[in-house]
Design a protein around this ligand. Structure first.
Ligand code: ZN
Length: 306
């Protein structure tokens, strides 16, 4: 029914219990897509966990081993801000495998979505801000290693700056990193992306969309990648508990469309990931992520953009 694949695994749930990160959102988005008739079972693909070789193209052997043997130090655990358990480790390995599968399907169909991923705060040697493994970097490296792509661009619209992404690809001319975020928010400091757009507190739809379009035009003028990884956080929403921008739900869907349309016009495939979302009502976060899939469908079916 959808003109692309959606990657999902029931064990994406980080099983965090009461926590500001609503990891039940992954299943809720999956269920909403089915219940509302937006997708059918055949639209979904189930990923395998990433292999250790995939992880090690991005992360250090010491960090990977600490995760696998549950031996992070107390300060490393505090930085990560989520518990290390069998369930969380498995969920992040699956999310990374899911982003690899999503990238491959995006190359085939022009678009694909992982109903997880976008863990843009993870660094090679440590995790932070709810991000244990950098699934997006792992996927880009996997496809580069298999010579399926040469270049990639990350378009990160999560309200928080993509610090792990910026650090991982800092000296890599094959990957262009674009981040549009709230300037006065975690993380501090922010290692420079190739293109950073730091927005003022309370930025609203019109101003945000202008800044995003300007940023896309600027980045895509100098760099036309083989693949765009979209990090479509739901947290620029005005009701978000960890964000200080003021986008409406409609504004967020226009944001998604803008990214997908610019990619589609240039024939660049897009792999979409979910990243953050901490709305007071989890249902709002879920709706924003569902709307991303709807925006992608509408853009894909818009023949004039081909
Ligand atoms: Zn965020």
């Amino acid at each position: 029914m959808l003109p692309f694949k959606v990657v999902y695994h029931p064990r994406y749930d980080l099983d965090l219990g009461p926590h500001v990160f609503p990891s039940q959102k992954f299943k809720m988005v999956h269920d909403a897509l089915l219940q509302e008739g937006l997708a059918e079972p055949g639209d979904f693909l189930m990923p395998e966990p990433a292999g250790d070789a995939d992880i090690l193209r991005v992360h250090t052997p010491a960090y990977m081993q600490k995760l696998q043997t549950d031996s992070l130090t107390l300060s490393e655990r505090m930085k990560l801000e989520i518990p290390v358990s069998e369930a969380t480790v498995q969920a992040f390995w699956l999310a990374a495998g899911g982003s690899i599968l999503t990238a491959r399907n995006a190359l085939r169909d022009g678009f694909a979505a992982n109903l997880s991923g976008g863990f843009h705060h993870a660094y090679p040697g440590h995790g932070e801000g709810f991000c244990m493994l950098h699934d997006v970097a792992i996927a880009i490296r996997a496809l580069q290693a298999a010579e399926e792509i040469r270049t990639a661009m990350t378009v990160d619209t999560d309200v928080h700056h993509g610090n792990g992404t910026a650090a991982i690809f800092a000296n890599d001319a094959s990957v262009h990193t674009l981040s549009i975020h709230q300037e006065n928010n975690y993380p501090m400091p922010k290692p420079p992306s190739d293109h950073d757009i730091g927005l003022e507190d309370g930025t609203r739809d019109a101003e945000y969309l202008d800044a995003l379009e300007e940023g896309l035009l600027y980045s895509l003028k100098s760099f036309v990648p083989d693949l765009i990884f979209y990090v479509g956080g739901a947290d620029p929403y005005r009701e978000d508990q960890l964000g200080g921008l003021a986008l409406t739900m409609e504004g967020l869907q226009k944001r998604d469309r803008l990214v997908f349309e610019h990619a589609r016009r240039r024939g660049i495939p897009v792999a979409s990931t979910m990243a953050g979302g901490y709305a007071r009502r989890v249902a709002d976060t879920v709706r924003i992520h569902v709307n991303t899939i709807v925006a992608a469908r509408d853009v894909m079916l818009q023949e004039s953009l081909k």
